[in-house]
Design a protein around this ligand. Structure first.
Ligand SMILES: [Zn+2]
Ligand SMILES: [Zn+2]
Length: 359
């Protein structure tokens, strides 16, 4: 006999009716009042603050511990993360750590294998919070701010997500706009944007670093999610504070974390080694191009690339172990040169391999 499906009515009603009420409210506002430009600007600011609190705070700081942050940064991201109504940090992180550990299996809370909509929203309709045991977030409980947010999550979310926007918008005479646009509509947009990482980024896009799971790099989702769209990189290198590692990739979360490090508010920013990144790209290239890389033209190129990678690995390890700043400065130059050599060789490898594959 099949198990009866558990329906989480609070989630289901909230997720269905909030956007419907928001849209009806916006129509009512447009017909009976004016929609204030200030309220729209304020809503955009809240979307960005809520978004960055989820990405830099909930995700990269609390869940993956990719850097350390001053208590003020932790407090702000806990308060503004709550305005998106995505649960407390403990709720969010226990699910997300399980997502990484059990990706694409039934133990993954937002498993993509039952389908796009399961990963996007249906998992929340059927979520049974009493089944969460939180054993994988014990480390986070040590932080009193995290415990405080978890304990008072509902009042914090309602105050920060609805009441405060109403009060602030009231100062320019738009109490209803504060509730409907900066409150309800903004929350619905913020939620679906986050959900896209679980659905779109596990369905559409490229897999430059790994094909061992369904995660994909999707630049369009990165635009909406403060850089979280580079999800293939993220699943392969979750310990890295960056998701978009190339200079042209849109990752404002990374820029914020790095920016805060210049004023000492964030420290110990973790990066995976360049050697590992290039090696992953090479392995994926070899898999994709298969036999086209097994020939006399490719072999010398492949050997040169392997030598460059070994050298890069060696310099990187030495550099990380260095405490003498003078020596480190010199080594950084060497490291930069080794990185650029390996990258160039990798690009040549791809170009030549592709020519062979399609010749
Ligand atoms: Zn994922
Ligand atoms: Zn993650």
């Amino acid at each position: 006999m099949e198990k009866p499906i558990h329906i989480n009515w609070v989630n289901t009603l909230f997720l269905i009716f909030l956007p419907i009420l928001a849209i009806i409210g916006v129509i009512w506002l447009a017909l009976n009042h004016a929609i204030s430009g200030y309220t729209i600007l304020f809503t955009v600011i809240l979307l960005i603050m809520g978004g960055l609190s989820i990405t830099a705070g909930y995700h990269r700081l609390f869940c993956h511990l990719t850097y350390k942050a001053h208590w003020s940064v932790r407090l702000v991201t806990l308060l503004f993360g709550a305005i998106t109504f995505e649960g407390s940090v403990l709720d969010w992180c226990t699910d997300h750590r399980n997502h990484h550990l059990y990706v694409d299996t039934p133990k993954d809370p937002y498993d993509i294998t039952p389908g796009f909509w399961h990963a996007h929203i249906y998992w929340l309709f059927t979520l049974d919070p009493s089944k969460r045991d939180y054993s994988n977030v014990d480390d986070l409980r040590k932080d009193p701010l995290v415990r405080f947010q978890h304990r008072f999550y509902i009042p914090i979310a309602i105050f920060m997500g609805f009441l405060l926007p109403m009060l602030i918008a009231w100062t320019w005479g738009d109490l209803w706009g504060g509730l409907i646009i900066a409150g309800a509509l903004r929350i619905s947009i913020a939620q679906h944007v986050t959900f896209c990482v679980n659905s779109v980024c596990h369905t559409f896009g490229n897999q430059p670093y790994t094909d061992k799971n369904t995660a994909r790099d999707n630049w369009f989702t990165a635009l909406l999610t403060m850089g979280e769209g580079y999800h293939n990189f993220h699943h392969q290198f979750a310990a890295d504070y960056r998701n978009g590692i190339r200079f042209y990739q849109f990752d404002p979360t990374k820029w914020l974390i790095r920016g805060l490090s210049y004023v000492g508010l964030t420290t110990e920013l973790k990066k995976v080694s360049q050697y590992q990144i290039i090696k992953s790209r090479l392995e994926m290239g070899q898999k994709r191009l298969g036999d086209a890389t097994n020939n006399t033209i490719m072999q010398p190129l492949q050997d040169a690339l392997m030598r460059a990678l070994a050298q890069l690995n060696d310099i990187e390890k030495r550099y990380q172990a260095m405490t003498n700043s003078k020596l480190a400065k010199q080594a950084r130059k060497q490291l930069k040169a080794a990185k650029s050599d390996a990258k160039q060789l990798l690009n040549t490898w791809f170009r030549v391999a592709k020519n062979h594959a399609f010749a």
